[in-house]
Design a protein around this ligand. Sequence first.
Ligand code: XMP
Length: 514
Amino acid sequence: MDTEKVIVIDFGGQYNQLVARRVRECNVYCEIYSYRTDIGQIRAMNPKGIILTGGPNSCYEPSSPSCPAELFELGVPVLGLCYGAELMMHVLDGKVEKASVREYGKTKVMVDTASPLFRDVQPETICWMSHFDYISQVASGFSITAHTADCPVAAAENPEKKLYAIQFHPEVLHTQEGTRMLYNFVRGVCGCSGTWRMDSFVEDSVRAIREKVGNGRVLCALSGGVDSSVAAVMLAKAVGGQLTCVFVDHGLLRKNEGDEVEAVFGPDGPYDLNFIRVNARQRFYDRLSGVTEPEQKRKIIGEEFIRVFEEEAKKIGAVDFLVQGTIYPDVVESGLGGESVVIKSHHNVGGLPDYVDFKEIIEPLRSLFKDEVRKAGLELGIPETLVYRQPFPGPGLGIRIIGEVTAEKVRIVQDADAIYREEIARAGLDREIGQYFAALTNMRSVGVMGDERTYDYAVALRAVNTVDFMTAESAKVPFEVLQKVMGRIINEVRGVNRVFYDLTSKPPGTIEFE
Ligand code: XMP
């Protein structure tokens, strides 16, 4: 859709998606491709610039990921980051060796501000380093443009060929002026004009969907989450009454959430679409009865969800298109772009219903990152409460209840979670903390309430900060807030006599508590 494109070539680094996100923050569209991508294919994409990411290997090992020397002869500016920088030197005629000490963490870097990459950057700036190898000799035609106390080549460039190498990670926020450097590369060196904007993306998408769908019928499974909601509204704007949204209420949603979804998408809401809410609560509880193993619960909920959806789809009959709320990280993480390995198959990705009669899939958010999906949502006029909704797993509270799922336990965790969210918002922390929720442990213990002995459940409160959901740290929620939440949960939620705060980071824990 957008012709001005930068390509990120992925060498397996943990920050590959971050690189792409930062480039897009500079209003430049970019896509991630594996280093195995054919050079002819890259040339055919006609990129304005190429960025080589970091990676875990040593470029001088024969089995390590590499790239052909022609990549540096395309006449397209290339920026190598960490492994990408070392590889650039190695493939050209520079030299990379193992360093005697690993440079890791925030490091003071002295930069040459005459370099186009370091325009408007402080001469001494803090950058994030993480490398075992170092560039001991730059390739011919290159000059050194940055160094640190331990690293003689923290950056180098060959401006004539528009080749740039940076040993540190500008994409990581610990590199204080990293976004500036990436901006300098894509907007300065590559000459991108910055046409990637959410308002035009939304407009173009709505127009393209309208053309594609014509008079066809469209079916969308609505979960109430951000992605499927934004996709549904985009479709509703494009084709209105030709769209039917099926919302399966599996009884594992957060408190009042089913009604909130209905208020937005139902007949009293602002959109002209056909909305079907299926109250399938009891069916899910029946299937989950006696099941305690978390993966099994996930499977049952996923399968049942698809079965309910299929039954509704059968009643509707043949449709032309099925909408999926797939977003770009799903595409990258399922191994279709970049080098990422599949970590876990998510409930709402790839689990396509078998028996729905449709001709084609529409994935209107396939090229967007999460924060861009939110921007698109606001652009489409979706209420902020929905757009900034906490991430919520497809299997819902089913995986926030340890042990068997019962209606009683669902009620407890819904009520406790609602109190927690209310107090976090009241303390003004709701946009600050990455993800937070209450879970129900399967532990019961003795307590005393009034003059009575109790034997009740313990609720666990979780709050984490995370950049990419791959790693996370527990958030420092003020003690007074936690105490207030504890007091309210004990007083207001029947069946609970203890409240814990989960301090575990990821790894070794996961973000969810299942
Ligand atoms: P974990 O627990 O794996 O969670 O550390 C990482 C992030 O993924 C969310 N999550 C899911 N999201 N379907 C989803 O859409 C799922 O099945 C699922 N499982 C976990 C989780 O809430 C966190 O944001």
